[in-house]
Write a protein that binds this ligand. Structure first.
Ligand SMILES: Cc1cc2nc3c(=O)[nH]c(=O)nc-3n(C[C@H](O)[C@H](O)[C@H](O)COP(=O)(O)OP(=O)(O)OC[C@H]3O[C@@H](n4cnc5c(N)ncnc54)[C@H](O)[C@@H]3O)c2cc1C
Length: 486
């Protein structure tokens, strides 16, 4: 029997997805064209919701030392996150290579094979699966699985071969990014605008290096490494700040553009896309890793359910239905942020309006939620409860019989559904008995007031049913977890 899934790309998203599928009991394999992890650290942390998602799998504590962000902003317009009820601060200054190492160690523990030095070059759909061709260390070879997932980055081969259109805005602005040491650069963590439309940003990386990003109206949009010299970067920095960093050294630099792209469909038959393969944008909002990891956590259990044969009708298609609008929103927000960040004096009236708006708690909460990912609410059907479709805050505690407190995050480590009930344990067990192979039942009392009487969580931590106002629990269990076993 063919394996369940082939994931193309061992970047953060491919690794996260492979781990999710494995937790769902799927035989999965990952192929990556690079012979070893690149060690590059494009991303420098992740959003608050992504930290929660890693916490839900027990991975956050394995990161070792990391620091939370200190500054809230939307396109450089400061938002005072400390005034909001819950923390919207994400993890800052954490090299992407460490996130990838964490996920790589996790999938290794779960027993997922990651074949490196294998470039996927073609595939064809068969009646019951996908035949994938790749060039590996021993030459051309093939593998097959029931589903193929392209997590192969912004220039995705899988997307191209699947014929999925990728549309967006062409590049109109150029930026430089460099990791610099020995130049005594002062921190500018949310960026500083410079008269005439320039912007400079600098964040300490904690290892003696500073990440700098430079936008100067004269910088032509061009891609990639290799063509840029440190002198060009240092000259631009000096023109904008008056400071010379020419005596510093760099270990990595690259030129960026503000081009964007969004896959028209996240699924085409047995082929799916996640991460940068599905949505690609300039790193101004620092969201690429985060949105991609959340794609993976949305998709993993649904695809596992489909492969395992218990997925209710249409479950897999909710991946596109739920995540594609968020991809659109991401690109729109990055565009809006880049206009605020990178435009000149002509944008000042709008920035002033934004500064006033973020004094209004609801507006601040709305924008903070867009930046942190805590705003994500999926359409999970009718119902009145304010939590419906949102994530249940994973730090909430349930006190179990015997007095042990357990966090919601800890209940989700196995990537299974969870029915939490504050009522009679025997009744709760009986309610979900037909789904006991897919849904865990946990009973107790909330350690703080205000928790729902009962709540059904999907494996990604989103609320799909609450009591007493959510109707029959069987309907929600069937809608999300399929037919009950007898
Ligand atoms: C300069 C820069 C700075 C950034 N800063 C941030 C930031 O601060 N915060 C943030 O969240 N994001 C940032 N990003 C974006 C972030 O790096 C990406 O969103 C993230 O890496 C996407 O992960 P992914 O797994 O989808 O794709 P990738 O990380 O691109 O991984 C794709 C993998 O697929 C493999 N692959 C490609 N084609 C094939 C093939 N045909 N066969 C087999 N393997 C293949 C590649 O080798 C690679 O390992 C930045 C990006 C850039 C360029």
């Amino acid at each position: 029997m063919a394996k369940g899934a082939i994931v193309v790309g061992a970047g953060p998203v491919g690794l996260m997805l492979a781990g999710e599928l494995r937790l769902g009991g799927v035989d999965v394999v990952v192929y990556d064209k690079l012979p070893a992890p690149s060690g590059e650290s494009r991303g420098l942390g992740f959003t608050s919701r992504t930290a929660e998602v890693l916490d839900q799998r027990g991975l956050l504590t394995e990161l070792g030392d990391f620091r939370w962000g200190q500054h809230g902003h939307f396109g450089g317009v400061r938002i005072d996150f400390t005034l909001l009820e819950e923390s919207h601060f994400g993890v800052m200054g954490l090299p992407q290579s460490r996130t990838e190492q964490l996920l790589g160690d996790w999938v290794a523990r779960l027993g997922v094979p990651v074949h490196r030095g294998c470039e996927v070059t073609g595939f064809e759909e068969t009646d019951d699966g996908v035949l994938v061709r790749y060039d590996g260390p021993e030459g051309p070879s093939e593998d097959s699985a029931r589903y193929l997932i392209g997590c192969d980055g912004g220039r995705s081969t899988v997307r191209r071969l699947a014929g999925i259109a990728f549309t967006g805005d062409a590049a109109t602005r150029g930026m430089y990014l460099a990791d610099v040491t020995g130049a005594g650069i002062r921190p500018r963590p949310i960026g500083e605008r410079v008269e005439g439309g320039g912007m400079v940003l600098s964040v300490g990386l904690g290892d003696g290096y500073d990440r700098i990003v430079i936008h100067e109206p004269g910088i032509r949009p061009h891609h990639g490494e290799g063509t840029l010299t440190f002198t060009e970067v240092a000259d631009a920095w000096q023109r904008l700040t008056g400071e010379s960093i020419h005596h510093g050294q760099t270990r990595w630099m690259t030129a960026l553009t503000n081009a964007t792209g969004l896959a028209e469909r996240y699924r085409s038959g047995r082929v799916l896309l996640a991460g940068d393969a599905a949505h690609d944008h300039a790193p101004l909002g620092a969201q690429g890793v985060s949105v991609g990891l959340q794609d993976a956590v949305n998709l993993g259990w649904k695809l596992a359910a489909t492969i395992n044969g218990w997925a209710p009708e249409g479950l897999l298609d909710t991946y596109h239905a739920e995540r594609h609008p968020l991809g659109e929103q991401l690109l729109r927000n990055v565009h809006a942020q880049s206009l605020l960040y990178l435009s000149g004096q002509e944008m000042e009236p709008l920035r002033a309006v934004m500064r006033e708006l973020v004094q209004i708690p609801d507006a601040a909460r709305y924008l903070a939620g867009q930046v942190s990912g805590l705003h994500i609410r999926y359409d999970v059907g009718a119902g009145e409860h304010p939590l419906l479709g949102l994530r249940l805050p994973p730090q909430r505690e349930l006190v179990r019989a015997g007095g042990t407190a357990v966090r919601v995050a800890d209940l989700l480590h196995g990537a299974r559904g969870v029915l939490i009930s504050t009522g009679d344990p025997a009744t709760a067990e009986k309610t979900a008995a037909g789904w006991s192979d897919r849904v865990d039942v946990v009973t107790g009392t909330w350690s703080e007031d205000g928790g729902p009487e009962a709540v059904l969580l999907r494996p990604d931590g989103h609320v799909v049913w609450t009591a007493p106002d959510g109707g029959e629990p069987h309907d929600a269990l069937t809608r999300w977890f399929g037919t009950a076993t007898t």
